[in-house]
Design a binder for this molecule. Structure first.
Ligand code: UD1
Ligand code: BG6
Length: 371
């Protein structure tokens, strides 16, 4: 049931304040005697010690689920101190990459039925790793075959392009990072700030959804373009990949997410006054580096659309004219949840304006159960 919306993708984008609330329900609690706030992930509580002792955490997934894991990697490394590696499920299998008994392998899948992810799961189990699932589907193959896990509880997702599952996956993986790191005194303040940020996040998502009309206007401007680049780094490298994936899979416009740190190693050759480029430059430890990227793109007459934190419009456009998307600022590790929303809206409006099927893009399936 699409309710007041024209398409499931549109409904699912706008549902995110609610789906995120459901994802967090019952999982952010006040600790016992002290007033400290903590995270409780029921499905993991008996396994946290083993996870903390592992030599490495390996994230495994496909498509949007892989991107969600990539968005969560920095905070997991920061709070756990454990090296985190990333595997696209098919590539791990193709290489028969090394997986050890001392590894925690985390399988991220909305449907819980993706063939490549399942194959990688069987492989990791055979190699003796602790297998953790993060899925939206209770009773799915991945939920059943993993040793333990967390349901993201985002509610059924119908649109082939994943939107609300992406943001709920990130929130669950941030909670995973909080749970694994919860025995470290030095990061206690940071953890409490993140928990406060999580509790506030649905309100911030509601705020960023108000950019809907602005994103429709931007889509109108871009309607006839051949290509769109999206530059991000740090916490928002994943946002660049996921924003570009949304645009290409539904609007059928070529789009590429680029790690801004790699700009001079190839992508800069594409820059001219015609190719539209989204640069994600919200406030975090990478902000000054992104400001310098903006200056260098301006120097090459790049056609820029800059996503920045509220109040930063003047500073990001000081080196040349550009369109600006201002978003609310949140804790750095939660910023990817906010920043993807305008790009989801842009992909949606571009698709409708270009006259393509939003909920079932050509050649794609919601759940890819064959290799
Ligand atoms: C569980 C209940 C929830 C109830 C809550 C009350 C279920 C599905 N969830 O939620 O309805 O409100 O207790 O305390 O009954 N698991 C995997 N692999 C996965 C995902 C999950 O093995 O990919 C396992 C978990 O380890 C856990 C179980 O499935 O044993 C349920 O996981 P989850 O729903 O996340 O647990 P709770 O949040 O505690
Ligand atoms: C398909 C879907 O390609 O599978 C994507 O269309 C999804 O939206 C990908 O990201 C992985 O699916 P899952 O269910 O394993 O998260």
């Amino acid at each position: 049931n699409k309710g007041k919306y024209d398409h499931y993708m549109q409904k699912e984008i706008h549902e995110q304040p609610d789906s995120l609330t459901t994802t967090m329900r019952g999982r952010l609690i006040r600790g016992d005697s002290r007033k400290m706030k903590t995270v409780l992930l029921g499905g993991l509580k008996d396994h946290l010690k083993t996870i903390r002792r592992s030599r490495r955490i390996v994230f495994i997934g496909c498509g949007t689920s892989y991107n969600a894991a990539l968005a969560s990697r920095p905070i997991l490394e920061e709070l756990s101190g454990i090296p985190v590696s990333m595997e696209i499920a098919s590539d791990l299998w193709d290489r028969q990459g090394p997986i050890y008994r001392e590894d925690t392998a985390v399988f991220v899948s909305q449907s819980g039925e993706t063939a490549d992810t399942l194959l990688a799961l069987d492989y990791a189990r055979e190699n003796g790793a602790l297998c953790v699932g993060i899925t939206n589907t209770v009773g799915s193959s991945i939920a059943r075959k993993t040793h333990c896990g967390v349901h993201i509880n985002a509610g059924a997702e119908i649109g082939v392009a994943s939107t609300k599952a992406y943001t709920s996956q990130i929130v669950v993986m941030v909670m995973l990072a909080l749970a694994i790191g919860s025995d470290t005194i030095s990061s206690q303040k940071k953890r409490e700030d993140i928990i406060d940020g999580l509790l506030d996040l649905p309100y911030k998502v509601k705020e960023v959804l108000k950019l809907d009309d602005e994103m429709k206007d931007l889509a109108q401007l871009l309607i006839d373009e051949q290509s769109l680049l999206v530059f991000g780094r740090g916490y928002n490298y994943a946002t660049a990949l996921e924003g570009a994936l949304k645009v290409k899979e539904v609007s059928l416009m070529h789009s590429e997410g680029i790690l801004a740190g790699e700009m001079k190693h190839g992508p800069l050759a594409l820059v001219d006054e015609n190719l539209p480029i989204v640069v994600i430059a919200t406030r975090d430890a990478c902000f000054s580096k992104q400001q310098s990227v903006i200056q260098q793109l301006h120097a090459r007459k790049g056609r820029l659309i800059v996503m920045c934190s509220k109040g930063d419009a003047a500073s990001v456009s000081s080196s040349g004219s550009c369109r600006v998307i201002e978003v609310p600022q949140v804790e750095d590790c939660l910023q990817p949840v906010i920043n993807i929303v305008p790009l989801q809206l842009l992909a949606y409006h571009l698709t409708v304006l270009r006259g393509h099927n939003v909920d079932q893009p050509r050649n794609l399936a919601k759940s890819v159960t064959t290799q």
